[in-house]
Design a binder for this molecule. Structure first.
Ligand SMILES: NC(=O)c1ccc[n+]([C@@H]2O[C@H](COP(=O)([O-])OP(=O)(O)OC[C@H]3O[C@@H](n4cnc5c(N)ncnc54)[C@H](OP(=O)(O)O)[C@@H]3O)[C@@H](O)[C@H]2O)c1
Length: 226
């Protein structure tokens, strides 16, 4: 699917990868970009419609769904990553609340609109979904692994309705999330560009940084269902 003349929703578009995805969608000629945000967002492009959208808030998700008449592409980008050592279940629950259940709830709310348009969903996961970092961010890794599994199953379940579901598995990206980590990182702009290119190409599993591709794509799960 190409983004030109389409409507796109990005959860949490005010910084990091979400901000870059918003800019890239606009650069590719999106007709409207719904920019999920937790704080007031003033965007100079009139094609951007801010939406108050905490992905853990059922009320905000319902209100946002009511504001969006039609939708071609949902990008579940909102996420948290906190360092932990798996000793505190509350930290694991916080990750699951945003990275798994937030993604699930937003998807459920907008799936009817995306289905009507025979559109696409892209879930921003992580290479830590298949390859956890047990000594740095294990709870984050658990949540992204669960969200990856959710993405794969959803992909298979909606393929018959001509909805594409893309799993995006970035490596380290230079955003607030990795501030302080002295490791090689991709820019959020290059990641956004690679994501839309891969969506254009119909890739089920998207590795926006080729250096991070850890194993052959398992897109067969989707292809078999289509
Ligand atoms: N940076 C990386 O290295 C990297 C690598 C792989 C995958 N990812 C994934 O890429 C996505 C974007 O991350 P990023 O690097 O751009 O990080 P970021 O700059 O920290 O941005 C994360 C965004 O998620 C938002 N968020 C957190 N909790 C939320 C909630 N309950 N509802 C709505 N929004 C919420 C934050 O909103 P606030 O501004 O309100 O805090 C923030 O804008 C995440 O899913 C992350 O896991 C990042």
């Amino acid at each position: 699917m190409t983004v030109k003349d389409k409507t796109v929703l990005v959860t949490e578009a005010n910084r990091g990868i979400g901000q870059a995805l918003t800019a890239e969608a606009l650069a590719r000629g999106a007709r409207r970009v719904y920019a999920g945000t937790s704080q007031p967002l003033l965007h100079p492009d009139e094609r951007v419609t801010p939406l108050s959208l905490d992905v853990t808030s059922t009320a905000q998700i319902q209100a946002a769904a009511g504001q969006v008449e039609s939708l071609d592409m949902l990008i579940n980008n909102a996420g948290i990553a906190l360092p932990d050592d798996l000793t505190d279940s509350a930290v694991l629950e916080r990750h699951l609340a945003v990275n798994l259940f937030g993604t699930y709830a937003v998807t459920q709310a907008f799936l009817p609109a995306v289905t009507r348009s025979r559109g696409a969903i892209a879930n921003i996961l992580s290479v830590n979904a298949p390859a956890p970092l047990p000594f740095i961010i294990p709870a984050y890794s658990v949540s992204k692994a669960a969200a990856f599994s959710l993405t794969q199953s959803l992909c298979a379940r909606v393929a018959g309705q001509r909805v594409r579901v893309h799993a995006v598995l970035p490596g380290p990206v230079d955003t607030d999330m990795t501030r302080g980590s002295d490791i090689p990182k991709s820019s959020s702009e290059s990641v956004a560009l690679a994501i839309f290119d891969a969506v254009d190409n119909g890739e089920d599993e998207i590795f926006p940084d080729p250096a991070q591709r850890p194993w052959p794509p398992a897109g067969a799960i989707c292809s078999q269902a289509a």
